[in-house]
Write a protein that binds this ligand. Structure first.
Ligand code: GLU
Length: 418
């Protein structure tokens, strides 16, 4: 079942921002500046398909804000990608990087395509052409892409190679999330899911939820949801439901996520896992569970779904999985959110480690990566938690106020040019 999207991601991102700025005394012009993307590139480009015919594609790259450093953000391949969505995702990257205290601004890219309908050769040609089209914006010093929904380390390797061919020498630091063979970092593939686990366990501790008694449901079983489910299971939680684009599965006694991973690797889906009951993506969001991890696309928890959500804790593995209306209903009921810009920031954090390792041409061990990731995730969680308690505001608003404050400090220190 496809996941429905009936809202504008930019509207959600802007409303979240507006809610947070109500707690900060900011000049109206500064607020407008922080809301406005710095640059937006739209590219229409041809790709020769395997049958010899040309097909046109549309792609985007948006730089939201560059005040704190080069821009950072993934590239999404999905049939529903729009400029509005990429804009929202770029803005979320600005706040996410500021919140994690990593020296980047926010960016995002995307191509309107269903990568599953392309052959590997077509995917490679599309990626190389898109990389060339956006090469006027990307560079190790200026803007560093990474994987997102529908892209993977192989696609990052093609981007790295394309950029390097144009430069005449290898430039690994132009993109992160690469395979280890071309300068990727240990732990990057698992980083987002691992970070989701770190912040979720921390929130569970705060809520007095013991892992062995905690039922977890995860929407999305890709790089984020799959690893998050595995990590939560490894920590002793009962993972009762998971889903992917093909549908979901449920077992109230708990799923063996290790075996499920093998099933998914063999069959390409979680569906039909032995001993589980078939559910759909909507059932997953409202199934009996304590922790819900939406780790697929935006806007899935809206005002229609929220009243039926049973979880006490929502850990946003995806970017923007809750609409403002959906969140308001759940906040009223006392549900705790780990907002996306905190919860899923493990990915960009290890991307930062990868970029630093590439620039230094000196690589760290997986143990060191995971330790540093854990430290940053817990520190950021605690900072947000404290603000939320002190100011009696929700976790997202607390995260935003901290992130926006850091960007504003940078704007003030640099001044407005000229
Ligand atoms: N696409 C990921 C995100 O939304 C990772 C971005 C990155 O590593 O630059 O955070």
């Amino acid at each position: 079942m496809a996941i429905s999207r009936r809202y504008s991601a930019s509207d959600v991102a802007q409303a979240q921002f507006a809610k947070a700025t109500a707690h900060l005394q900011l000049d109206a012009g500064l607020v407008e500046y922080l809301l406005t993307p710095k640059r937006e590139l739209i590219v229409h480009f041809p790709v020769t398909m395997d049958n010899g015919h040309i097909r046109m594609f549309t792609g985007y790259r948006v730089h939201h804000n560059t005040v704190k450093g080069p821009t950072k953000g993934g590239i999404r391949y999905h049939p529903d990608v729009t400029l509005d969505e990429v804009r929202a995702l770029a803005m979320w990257m600005t706040w996410k990087c500021a919140l994690m205290n990593i020296p980047y601004g926010g960016a995002k890219g995307g191509v309107q395509v269903d990568p599953k309908t392309l052959s590997q050769r077509e995917l490679q040609r599309l990626t190389r052409r898109y990389a060339t089209e956006i090469s006027i914006l990307i560079s190790p010093e200026g803007d560093i892409p990474a994987p997102d929904v529908g892209t993977n380390p192989q696609i990052m390797a093609w981007i790295m190679d394309t950029y390097s061919m144009h430069r005449g020498y290898s430039t690994p630091a132009v993109v992160t999330g690469k395979p280890i063979a071309v300068g990727g970092s240990q732990g990057r593939i698992e980083a987002t899911g691992t970070g989701v686990m770190f912040t979720t366990l921390e929130a569970m501790k705060a809520l007095d939820m013991a892992p062995a008694e905690t039922r977890v449901a995860v929407q999305g079983f890709g790089n984020v949801g799959g690893i998050a489910a595995l990590r939560m299971w490894e920590q002793g939680c009962r993972v009762v439901a998971v889903s992917d684009v093909n549908g979901g599965i449920y077992n109230g006694r708990g799923l063996d996520v290790g075996a499920l991973m093998q099933h998914q690797a063999r069959s390409g889906t979680v569906v039909d896992f032995p001993g589980s009951e078939r559910i759909d993506n909507h059932d997953l969001l409202i199934c009996p569970c304590d922790v819900l991890i939406p780790a697929a696309l935006e806007g899935v928890i809206d005002e229609l779904v929220a009243p039926d959500v049973q979880a006490r804790l929502i850990a946003e593995g995806a970017n923007g999985p809750c609409t403002m209306e959906g969140e308001a209903i759940l906040l009223d009921r006392g549900v705790l959110f780990i907002p996306d810009i905190l919860c899923n920031a493990g990915g960009v954090t290890v991307s930062y480690f990868e970029w630093v390792q590439n620039l230094q041409t000196f690589f760290w061990s997986e143990k060191e990566i995971v330790q540093r990731l854990r430290e940053i995730m817990l520190e950021s969680f605690q900072a947000v938690w404290q603000i939320a308690r002190q100011k009696e505001i929700d976790m997202r608003t607390a995260a935003y106020t901290l992130a926006i404050r850091r960007v504003v400090d940078a704007v003030e220190a640099r001044g407005i040019y000229p």
